[in-house]
Design a protein around this ligand. Structure first.
Ligand SMILES: N[C@@H](CCC(=O)N[C@@H](CS)C(=O)NCC(=O)O)C(=O)O
Length: 256
């Protein structure tokens, strides 16, 4: 929920959901106010810590890339804390916001599953950029076709099978709605976001496979989408459309 309350600032590129979305979903699910400067017209704070000459800001080390989370007054000597790495930010937020399972052991399961979903997210990116992140898609199209074929045939089923079996193993508590424990965690929102992106980027492939994972697509997916905070967010203008980010509309990479 965007706000003028400056405690949490999400530092991420404007205009695409990207990796910032994993953080937004947790903030929105917990109705936590945050600012998102790049989508409010001023991207400059996003890039301050990433500049090649930066040696750190307010005692925080320099950042390699967005996403980052700035937490007012939570750093060293009461200065602002600037955290990097999506999973690290989610872990940090979960200490305050919860959404990390029913107990301490669950918290590690939640984190592991989130890291696995983020691995999948990276693999999606590599389908359209298998040779190099800094090259144009058009200059690696041949390799992308090969990479996407392998990804669709081998990797989507392997990840979806793990998610399905995780839901099955936790069915007693989670009722097919939650991966870990008996309530929503940031593993759920992270897995959901990657599945949502996969449905956008590979609609034919996902449609053909959904029936193989009844808990994942029949129960979990619609349930997360309907969670308090998430439902309102997804229906709002704050939910950005996919574009030239991780999940792209390249029909040639989908099942033919
Ligand atoms: N593992 C990092 C990956 C960060 C990342 O790749 N960020 C992208 C945007 S989603 C970026 O701006 N990369 C710039 C670069 O790699 O030079 C994370 O999860 O935060």
């Amino acid at each position: 929920m965007p706000s003028n309350d400056l405690k949490y600032t999400l530092l991420y590129h404007g205009g695409v959901p990207g990796r910032g979305e994993f953080i937004r979903l947790l903030l929105e699910a917990s109705s936590t106010p945050y600012t998102d400067p790049a989508n409010a017209g001023d991207p400059s704070p996003v890039y301050a810590s990433c500049k090649p000459e930066c040696t750190g800001i307010d005692g925080n080390p320099p950042a390699f890339s967005p996403p980052m989370l700035k937490v007012a007054g939570a750093g060293k000597d009461g200065k602002d804390l600037i955290l990097t790495q999506t999973s690290n930010i989610l872990l940090y937020l979960s200490k305050t916001l919860g959404f990390n399972g029913d107990d301490e052991v669950d918290a590690y399961y939640v984190n592991a599953l989130t890291l696995t979903a983020l691995d999948l997210n990276n693999e999606v990116h590599d389908t359209h950029h298998p040779v190099g992140t800094t090259l144009y898609y058009e200059d690696q199209k041949e390799e992308a076709l090969r990479a996407a074929g392998n990804f669709r045939e081998m990797r989507i089923p392997k990840f979806c099978s793990l998610f399905e079996r995780t839901l099955k193993g936790n069915e007693g508590k989670g009722k097919g709605k939650y991966m870990v424990g008996k309530s929503l965690s940031y593993a759920d929102t992270t897995v959901w976001q990657v599945l949502n992106g996969l449905k956008f980027a590979f609609p034919k492939e996902m449609k053909a496979r959904e029936g193989d994972y009844p808990l994942l697509f029949g129960t979990f997916y619609p349930s997360v989408e309907g969670e308090k905070g998430i439902k309102e967010y997804l229906g709002s203008e704050r939910r950005l459309k996919y574009g030239m980010g991780i999940f792209r509309d390249y029909p040639e990479l989908d099942r033919q």
